[in-house]
Design a protein around this ligand. Structure first.
Ligand code: HEC
Ligand code: HEC
Length: 284
């Protein structure tokens, strides 16, 4: 006969098993979809550190935000609008998670959140990350990938078709999207990596969702952007534009010199004036 205590023991056992499975699930989901932009500490990456987010946000809010942050923001939710503005209106990509997955994520973040008193120590540990020291070769390939000299393995447009960086080795890039010259300073290695793999921006998503940039390429691109960021003060700020400007001005000067010679006799006064005078004459 099974005693009452052993049934309740079994029940508790399965409950714990359920919880730990859920936590594991949450962890793998988090690592696969959120870790590019979020830490579970209080440290900022692209998005805010999520430590103790459960104390600040209800699970309902969390679910709505993760499913479609933009819908929540557009609905005028005060907290959502505030955090969106605080993060320079970076759009967090929508996620189609089931309710159970959202619960698992929420529980996972809660379970690894440091107690308030631990936060300071956690942050010190975070600072000791391995520095990112790319090789010359990575930087070189990254530059070629960025500028389209070398094709991306899975196709997709080169970054330079939309982005400009200040670098003397490259011609000016597109003006559709932000200048990436100092992006390494702003977002760091993980941040840029998150942008390239997470594709939070619709224009980039369209370009790369079916032409995923590989992990090696991501590293090379980040290596190049790091180099650009470090070298930016040594680059001629508008060298390319200056050349254009000088040629533009001298070209215009030459044309301005030639045109009057050609048209010297043809156009001493305006056409309008001649028509006007004709009108006056015919009236008289
Ligand atoms: C591409 C980057 C990116 C990814 C990927 C991402 N987030 Fe975010 N997240 C942000 C940014 C940026 C914000 C700040 C608000 C904004 O700009 O919309 C944010 C805000 C949040 C907030 C609100 C925090 C607060 O203090 O109110 C939560 C919660 C959140 N994210 C959870 C998640 C979860 C869970 C995932 C994974 C399923 C995820 N995010 C994936 C960038 C990202
Ligand atoms: C089709 C145009 C397009 C292409 C191609 C493109 N991007 Fe973007 N990218 C954008 C847009 C748009 C944004 C959003 C910011 C903005 O509005 O300028 C953006 C944002 C970014 C950001 C975040 C900038 C920030 O300050 O938050 C990074 C990093 C980035 N792109 C890197 C790249 C890299 C690396 C490549 C090449 C693999 C690339 N992009 C190719 C259009 C593009």
């Amino acid at each position: 006969m099974v005693s009452k205590t052993s049934t309740s023991f079994l029940f508790i056992f399965f409950l714990f098993l359920g919880f730990s499975l859920q936590a594991q699930d949450g962890e793998s989901l988090f690592k696969a979809t959120c870790a590019a932009c979020h830490r579970t500490t209080s440290k900022k990456l692209i998005g805010p550190g999520l430590a103790n987010v459960h104390e600040k946000r209800s699970i309902e809010w969390f679910k709505k935000f993760v499913t479609s942050s933009q819908s929540l923001i557009n609905s005028g939710d005060v907290d959502a609008v505030k955090i969106f503005e605080e993060y320079n209106k970076i759009i967090m990509p929508d996620q189609a998670f089931s309710d159970a997955e959202l619960n698992a994520l929420y529980e996972y973040i809660k379970s690894v959140s440091p107690a308030k008193t631990d936060i300071a120590t956690t942050e010190i540990v975070e600072e000791e990350e391995v520095p990112f020291e790319p090789t010359e070769e990575d930087i070189f390939i990254g530059r070629n990938l960025f500028s389209g000299i070398q094709r991306l393995e899975n196709g997709g447009p080169s970054c330079i078709s939309c982005h400009h960086v200040r670098n003397d080795d490259l011609v000016a890039g597109g003006g559709l999207a932000v200048d990436l010259t100092d992006v390494y300073d702003r977002l760091g290695k993980d941040g840029i990596g998150g942008m390239i793999t997470g594709l939070p921006f619709p224009q980039m998503k369209i370009s790369y969702q079916d032409h995923q940039i590989t992990e090696a390429e991501t590293l090379q691109l980040v290596a190049f952007l790091k180099e650009v960021s470090e070298q930016r003060y040594y680059q001629g700020i508008t060298s390319y534009k200056n050349t254009l400007l000088i040629w533009g001005i001298s070209g215009a000067a030459i044309l301005m010199g030639i045109f009057p010679l050609i048209w010297y006799k043809r156009k001493k006064e305006s056409v309008n004036k001649r028509i006007y005078e004709r009108q006056i004459k015919s009236r008289n």
